[in-house]
Design a protein around this ligand. Structure first.
Ligand code: COA
Ligand code: AMP
Length: 629
């Protein structure tokens, strides 16, 4: 039996022991006597009597152990020409002072703080400062528009919002403050104040409830870590569901910290003093887990990179970062590698740097296509590790556990489930399908520590979205199959969630924006395959009767208005560039739009059309439009 098998079996044979041992990697104010509280399924709680502070574990613990002079966080920003290294001592001090600022602003344990920031170290400082106070942060990705931010402010009802005057997207400066002002205007909930980091690329005009980050820090005294229960929320991270209303994924404190610490050693193979470079954004779960919390919990060095894989200024920046900071493991989305491959197909830029420290490349966030896998493997000549997980799970579900042993790779599969995950594939009746057969990928309950205990303020939606399709199982929303050797193949979402350049988006949200146009009677948005971004959305609208799209240039104007609507309401990151005006949308007899059939025609897979279709001629009429790329 290989080491992976042994460890996996240990996690099944004695779950309590396995996770209590893993929790031993942390400092507890009160050590847990029990791993899992399973008294109220499907609401599981980890380390119910444990007490700790996650910020203490991420920072103070290492300083106290004599490692305060080690590099904790490196901000590398080719878009501003800045490179800054924070040691553990320095980061602890900055976080403690900003926690003091939040405390002075009235934030205490359990209060929410919304963070809307670009990739600056202060974003991580703000997150960790919340954790220090036991406050609950909710980071909103900078690429979301004001309306999306407003929806999250209303749901999280934060005491304070932390933001910056601007972000830099390639060569463009994006002003964040006007978006924040609009969002607060739109939201019913009003925070007591906004703390704004002024950046010299575009200083923000300050209003009466705005507080300047630097001035507030100069006036504050540091705050000590506040002990919380293991089961208390560390953060809420909104993610796209099938409707326009995002789901507030709750993350607990002790379970999450335990799972992350375990994964750093056993999956990413990065330990104290070693460097992890995760090229993502703090607004996504990948950024929460593997830019901020996990590397710091492990006493490692994290690189917070403010730039793109290409164009800032070239496709050699990932390699520069890897060589400059002696990166051991690197993690990004396959789409970033497709962008690199397009710019530098022969890998000439990669060869200009010494990449001898780089031991692994981890890819996740979307399906890793075999060609990108091949290109990256040949270019780097190191293990390229596809791994599968979700905002909801907080850490990988299925991964080649590099820190334990490298399993043989089957391209197209992220390999096998990690300890704690009982992954099964079910048919529509909830029965396990034979190996090689497609079905719904589910996790048998309970899930391991780190996975969501519920949705913010919405236990009912938690149960209805994830726990009610199959009793006793968490529905992942992904479809796929397990092969004879227990390797999982993830084939894509079975719902209306799409993945655009590794960004998870809801077609429902885009449909809501399109439907808001006065001339639109009904609409559908589907995700279609895209060579670079994996998927991109395409919109189809039916106009209200009496609206004549053929009149002088109106159709083109309408298309532009619709594209702009989605940009304004969802955000540029939605990348909806293509909207077609059509006569009708194909539906079932009960009136449900056949998005799946539309998608399969657009992608050229032409799956069988359901027998419940109302009028097959509508789909036929749409076929040429769908086929057009
Ligand atoms: N703030 C403001 N706007 C943002 C933004 C942010 N934080 N992030 C993206 N945008 C904007 C972009 O400027 C772009 O606007 P445009 O349509 O006006 O050009 C739009 O949103 C789409 O951005 P993006 O999806 O990043 O596409 P791109 O063409 O600029 O770059 C890649 C393509 C592949 C280089 C880029 O998507 C990438 O680096 N992806 C990595 C994926 C990743 O980190 N995923 C996280 C999960 S691991
Ligand atoms: P997010 O919640 O943003 O992390 O997105 C999670 C979704 O991304 C999953 O449900 C999958 O659809 C997709 N995904 C993530 N990693 C992979 C992977 N390695 N292979 C295939 N799909 C993936």
């Amino acid at each position: 039996m290989g080491e992976y098998e042994e460890i996996f079996r240990a996690s099944v044979a004695d779950r309590e022991r396995f996770w209590l041992d893993a929790a031993g990697a942390l400092d507890w104010h009160r050590a847990p006597s029990q791993a899992l509280d399973d008294s109220r399924p499907p609401f599981y709680r980890w380390f119910p009597d444990g007490e700790l502070n996650v910020c203490h574990n991420a920072l103070d613990r290492h300083c106290g152990a004599g490692h305060g002079s080690r590099a904790a966080l490196i901000h590398d920003s080719p878009v501003t020409g800045v490179k800054t290294t924070y040691t553990y001592d320095q980061l602890r001090d900055e976080v403690a002072v900003f926690a003091g600022v939040l405390r002075d602003a009235g934030v205490s344990a359990g209060d929410r703080v919304v963070i809307y920031m670009p990739m600056v170290p202060e974003a991580a400082v703000a997150m960790l400062a919340c954790a220090r106070l036991g406050a609950v942060h909710s980071v909103v990705f900078g690429g979301f528009a004001a309306k999306e931010l407003a929806v999250r402010i209303d749901d999280a009802s934060p005491a304070v919002v932390v933001s910056a005057s601007c972000g830099i997207e390639g060569s463009r400066v994006i002003e964040y403050k006007p978006l924040l002002d609009q969002a607060i205007e739109m939201a019913s909930h009003k925070p007591t104040c906004q703390i704004i980091l002024q950046r010299r690329q575009a200083e923000a005009a300050m209003g009466p409830t705005d507080v300047d980050w630097a001035q507030a820090c100069a006036a504050a005294s540091p705050a000590d870590p506040v002990t919380v229960r293991s089961t208390d929320p560390l953060y809420v991270l909104y993610t796209s569901g099938t409707t326009g209303k995002p789901k507030g994924v709750v993350r607990d404190s002790g379970g999450y910290a335990t799972a992350l610490a375990w994964s750093m050693t056993n999956v990413y193979d990065v330990g104290p003093g070693q460097t992890l470079f995760t090229a993502s954004d703090v607004g996504w779960v990948v950024g929460h887990s593997y830019i901020v919390y996990a590397p710091l919990l492990a006493g490692a060095t994290t690189v917070l990179y403010e730039g793109k894989p290409v164009g800032t200024p070239d496709a050699g920046q990932f390699w520069r970062v890897a060589s400059e900071y002696g990166v051991r493991s690197m993690f990004t989305a396959p789409t970033a590698f497709r962008a690199l491959k397009k710019e530098d197909p022969d890998g000439e830029l990669a060869r200009q740097y010494d990449l001898s420290s780089l031991k692994y490349l981890f890819l996740a966030g979307e399906r890793l296509d075999p060609e990108t896998y091949r290109w990256a493997s040949e270019l780097l000549d190191i293990p390229v590790i596809d791994h599968w997980w979700q905002t909801e799970t907080g850490w990988p579900i299925v991964a080649n556990p590099a820190g334990i042993e490298l399993l043989p790779v089957k391209p197209g599969s992220p390999t096998k489930p990690l300890p704690g995950w009982d992954i099964q594939v079910l048919d529509g009746d909830g029965k396990q399908v034979p190996p090689g057969t497609n079905g719904a990928i589910v996790a048998k309950l309970p899930m391991p520590p780190g996975a969501l205990p519920t949705l913010w303020n919405d236990d009912d939606r938690f149960v209805q979205s994830y726990m009610s399709a199959f009793d006793g199982y968490y529905l992942t929303g992904d479809g796929g199959y397990l092969d004879e050797d227990g390797y999982l193949f993830v084939m894509g979402r079975t719902d209306d969630v799409i993945n655009v350049a590794g960004h998870r988006l809801s077609t429902g949200g885009m449909e809501e924006a399109l439907a808001g146009h006065p001339d639109v009677a009904e609409c559908a948005v589907i995700g279609v395959a895209d060579e670079m971004k994996g998927q991109v959305p395409r919109g189809f609208v039916v106009l209200k009767s009496g609206v004549d799209a053929t009149r002088d240039g109106y159709e083109e104007q309408l298309r532009q208005e619709l594209v702009q609507l989605v940009r304004d309401q969802v955000g540029a990151v939605a990348s909806l560039k293509d909207v077609a005006v059509v006569a009708a949308l194909p539906k079932t007899r009960s009136g449900k739009i056949l998005r799946k059939s539309m998608r399969s025609i657009a992608d050229g897979t032409d799956e069988p059309v359901p027998s419940t279709i109302d009028d097959a001629s509508v789909l036929e009429a749409l076929r040429p439009t769908l086929r057009k790329q």
